[in-house]
Design a protein around this ligand. Structure first.
Ligand code: MHF
Ligand SMILES: O=c1ccn([C@H]2C[C@H](O)[C@@H](COP(=O)(O)O)O2)c(=O)[nH]1
Length: 277
């Protein structure tokens, strides 16, 4: 995961000191890109131990179209707790936009089902996109995440805002545009999640995995993550693990947690860091 360490080093060296919504303060750059060839192994950060279980459950939860943290809590995943209402709601976040984008006439669009259909039917298409950025449901400034969710708005605007697939030479690649990126906590999750999603889509479409390309808007290190970032930079990256997926699954909505097995994951010890809310 040289790419990830290079991003960290780049932001530490070149980042501008910048205030942010959470009041924590960041070092930030605008515009950056990383590329991962999925044939090189599964891109899970090795310079700190990462919790893949949370990442898999979060992705399956998005794919169900679910926006209540109930499923995550049942599976011991707490990464969304800070933003949910007492009843566990987050408003129309990723799951809702991916699977049931509301149309003005009262219908809904399943962007994931349409994406899979288009990749199969029309692999040369330049329109293989999914957007989670829906201006009609963005949270109102001045309200808390919980107050927004109670009003039917998103608790937090999507950070991974849109992604595009591309098919060439029998290989499927994915590019994500992430408008805002917490390099220490969020980015390792985001890389692994989209790499896994690309492997899943490739399998159900009968394609080989190509590249995952991660493009950033505001990529930042929070001021209370700088020591943790330095510690990670002092560690040697280890060989990447491999992801094994149950080859029987041919429907993107049928994957279950047990269908995934990460093998040969060697990592340095976990590093704790506070999450900015
Ligand atoms: N400031 C901030 N950073 C984020 O990365 C983030 C948000 N907010 N808000 C929405 C989601 C929630 N995400 C999160 C939230 C918490 C962790 C976190 O605390 N990770 C720890 C523990 C992992 C675990 O419990 O499995 C870590 O060490 O990675 C990671 C991603 C990603 N997003
Ligand atoms: O998947 C995610 C979700 C969130 N983040 C980070 C990026 C920012 O640090 C915060 C969101 O705050 P905004 O003020 O809305 O930008 O969460 C992430 O890195 N990955």
């Amino acid at each position: 995961m040289k790419q990830y360490l290079e991003l960290m080093a780049h932001v530490l060296e070149n980042g501008t000191v910048k205030e942010d919504r959470t009041g924590t303060g960041t070092r930030s750059v605008f515009g950056y890109q990383m590329r991962f060839d999925l044939a090189d192994g599964f891109p899970l950060v090795t310079t700190k131990k990462c919790h893949l279980r949370s990442i898999i459950h979060e992705l399956l939860w998005f794919l169900k179209g679910d926006t209540n943290i109930g499923y995550l809590k049942e599976n011991g995943v707490s990464i969304w707790d800070g933003w949910a209402t007492e009843t566990g709601d987050l408003g129309p976040v990723y799951g809702a936009q991916w699977r049931s984008w509301q149309t003005p006439t009262g219908g809904s669009v399943d962007q994931i089902a349409e994406l899979i259909e288009q990749i199969k039917q029309n692999p040369d298409s330049r329109r293989l996109l999914v957007s989670a950025w829906n201006p009609a449901v963005l949270p109102k400034a001045g309200l808390s995440p919980q107050e927004n969710a109670e009003q039917g708005l998103q608790a937090l605007p999507p950070c991974h805002t849109m992604f595009q697939f591309y098919v060439a030479d029998g290989k499927l690649s994915c590019q994500l545009y992430q408008r805002s990126a917490d390099i220490f906590l969020g980015v390792p999750f985001n890389i692994a999640s989209y790499a896994l999603f690309t492997l899943m889509v490739a399998q159900v479409c009968g394609l080989e995995p190509g590249e995952f390309i991660h493009t950033f808007g505001d990529a930042h290190l929070y001021s209370n993550h700088l020591e943790q970032a330095q510690l990670q930079l002092s560690r040697e990256p280890l060989p990447l693990p491999q992801m094994k997926i149950n080859p029987e699954v041919k429907d993107i909505f049928s994957f279950q947690f047990e269908d995934f097995e990460l093998v040969n994951y060697q990592a340095h010890p976990h590093i704790k860091a506070p999450v900015a809310i």
